[in-house]
Design a protein around this ligand. Structure first.
Ligand code: HEM
Length: 318
């Protein structure tokens, strides 16, 4: 997919490339393909157009999401509303039924929608739009920022490359631009501590607390630096919320509580020198620094509920 994106143009914005590749792979993983194994060029092109169209509608809908969370009615936003309806049309049961290799998640939701809910067909389709949004809204910015920081750090890139090469060699796979499909197992993906999310034990990293509490993978570190997600909860009953500092808050039923984890992302008691450098351990337990100087990390906008406006559009050249 990356090859296809770069074939479209000699210069591609990093954000556009990350969005196109991740949206397409996420969309097809969840909803399958209409053409199944039919790989004729015209069918492939139609499939690609459908996904790109869905991406445009997704972006339009994503723009108004913060306003919807704030309680504004969707009808106020003409283009956001029609973007959601366009997405919903493609997700009517009659259209989804034509698709092959659909994920268990969506198949199961279709069964539950039909057996347990009282929704009409359009409302059922809208529930799939909600899941599409949930699956992409954080994935796209997380991918962009991971690549952004990786490209900025030659050391981290070196270790990431070494890790990927190691996995490919161990699996007897070679990279062929003519046939860019590589099949990796879940276990292999989980076994990529530099790139991935696996948390390594202090003995594996050679680190001791508190240093072990620094982020130890490119993805986790990118999320530490750029995430702005909030966890919002509504209290179901009155209770006393005790905090570590011995303070307590009396919470009433129906109070809305917003937790903001990024507050901890720059806490020097948790992350040593949180604005300047972070550590990414290689498989051998060596440490590499990704430079995270404050001019970049402080300027970041949300990677949470909406797509971020990048402080700069990184461009890749062929
Ligand atoms: C890097 C990728 C992702 C990140 C950083 C991320 C992060 C989050 C966060 C912070 C929440 C809110 C949690 C809360 O308030 O309790 C959330 C909710 C959710 N995410 Fe993700 N997510 C990612 C990818 C995905 C994917 C790929 C899917 C689906 C295939 C998905 C489906 C959901 C759903 C359904 C919810 C709502 C859960 C609920 O409220 O019950 N997410 N995600």
């Amino acid at each position: 997919m990356w090859t296809e994106v770069f074939q479209q143009s000699h210069r591609v914005s990093l954000r556009l490339a990350a969005h196109q590749v991740m949206f397409e792979s996420g969309y097809l993983t969840l909803f399958g393909k209409e053409l199944g194994e039919d790989r004729r060029q015209a069918r492939e092109a139609a499939q690609k157009a459908l996904v790109l169209n869905a991406l445009e509608n997704f972006k339009e809908f994503d723009k108004i999401f913060p306003a919807l969370v704030a309680g504004l009615p969707i009808h106020v936003f003409k283009s956001g509303y029609s973007a959601r309806e366009n997405l919903a049309k493609t997700m009517h049961a009659e259209n989804l039924c034509k698709r092959e290799n659909m994920s268990d998640l969506i198949s199961m939701r279709m069964i539950l929608n039909d057996s347990l809910s009282t929704f009409n067909d359009l409302s059922k389709a809208r529930t799939h739009v909600a899941l599409l949004w949930a699956s992409q809204a954080n994935t796209l910015p997380a991918t962009f920022w991971s690549l952004f920081y990786l490209i900025r750090s030659p050391d981290a890139m070196k270790h990431a490359r070494r890790e990927v090469q190691g996995i490919l060699e161990a699996s007897g796979l070679t990279v062929d631009p003519g046939n860019p499909t590589l099949t990796l197992t879940r276990e292999q993906l989980d076994n990529m501590p530099v790139m991935g999310k696996k948390t390594r034990s202090p003995t594996a990293t050679g680190l001791q607390p508190p240093a072990v509490r620094t982020s130890d993978s490119v993805i986790k570190e990118a999320m530490r630096l750029s995430s702005a997600s909030m966890n919002v909860r509504v209290a179901k009953e009155d209770f006393l919320l005790h905090l570590d500092n011995q303070e307590a808050y009396r919470i009433r039923k129906d109070d809305v509580i917003a937790l903001y984890p990024p507050m901890l992302h720059f806490d020097p008691e948790i992350y040593e020198d949180p604005y300047r450098s972070v550590t990414v351990g290689s498989q051998q337990g060596e440490l590499v620094a990704i430079e995270g100087d404050s001019s970049v990390s402080l300027g970041l906008s949300a990677a949470g509920w909406s797509l971020p406006e990048a402080p700069l559009e990184s461009e890749l050249k062929e």
